[in-house]
Design a binder for this molecule. Structure first.
Ligand code: COA
Length: 178
């Protein structure tokens, strides 16, 4: 996908999104090596179905991996550190907020050397802001292994109340559980 496409109501790719420290943008050929590092990393693959052998990735990945709608590369000072995805959730999977499935789903993967600085949280917030402009009012889902504590911390919005950390969950009546 090299040409700009318009999918109502937004245009893909969007202009690069700049945050305080990061840039979120469409992938380019120069991201290939970092994306191979990401998919080959056992640490990264730990809770997302495992890593893939580097030589297999070298053979399988296209010249410009991740050229698709909703795939953002995340760059820090010109270096690729991770990716954010907004894909439609497979209707065959469990966990939906509408019976027909296909909800927009947020995903995030960062290189281990970029963990522990708040980059994932910063990038997710920016991607969600972009999505809220592109699809006003449409909720985004996210699923993660509960054992993936770092991911749970990114996903779960915490706040202070009564002098201690809290988390607020929301249940919608009539929402199917899968
Ligand atoms: C999930 C993942 C992106 C989380 O990475 P992370 O570095 O923990 O998350 P953030 O970038 O938001 O950083 C948050 C951490 O940085 C710390 N931090 C340091 N400086 C910070 C700053 N300026 N702002 C915010 N947080 C900061 C926070 O305290 C927090 O540390 P803690 O978790 O020990 O409390 C990462 O573990 C990963 O890529 N895992 C592999 C792929 C994966 O499992 N993806 C999820 C699939 S659903």
């Amino acid at each position: 996908m090299s040409d700009e496409i318009t999918v109502h109501p937004f245009t893909w790719p969007p202009a690069p999104i700049k945050t305080e420290r990061l840039v979120l943008r469409q992938s380019k050929a120069r991201d290939r090596a970092a994306l191979i590092d990401l998919f080959a990393s056992p640490e990264v693959g730990n809770y997302v179905g495992g890593s893939r052998p580097r030589d297999e990735l070298e053979r399988a990945l296209p010249e410009v991996p991740g050229q698709r709608l909703g795939f953002f590369v995340v760059e820090l000072n010109g270096t690729t550190i991770g990716m954010i995805t907004l894909d439609r959730r497979d209707p065959e999977r469990k966990g939906h907020i509408r019976p027909e499935g296909g909800e927009p789903e947020l995903g995030y993967m960062f290189l281990p050397q970029a963990w522990g600085h708040g980059y994932a949280t910063e990038a997710c917030a920016a991607a969600l802001d972009w999505f809220a402009d592109a699809h006003p009012g449409e909720p985004v889902v996210l699923s993660t292994q509960t054992a993936n504590e770092a991911s749970m911390r990114v996903a779960v919005k915490r706040f202070e109340d009564y002098g201690t950390e809290q988390w607020l969950g929301v249940w919608y009546p009539g929402t199917p559980s899968d």
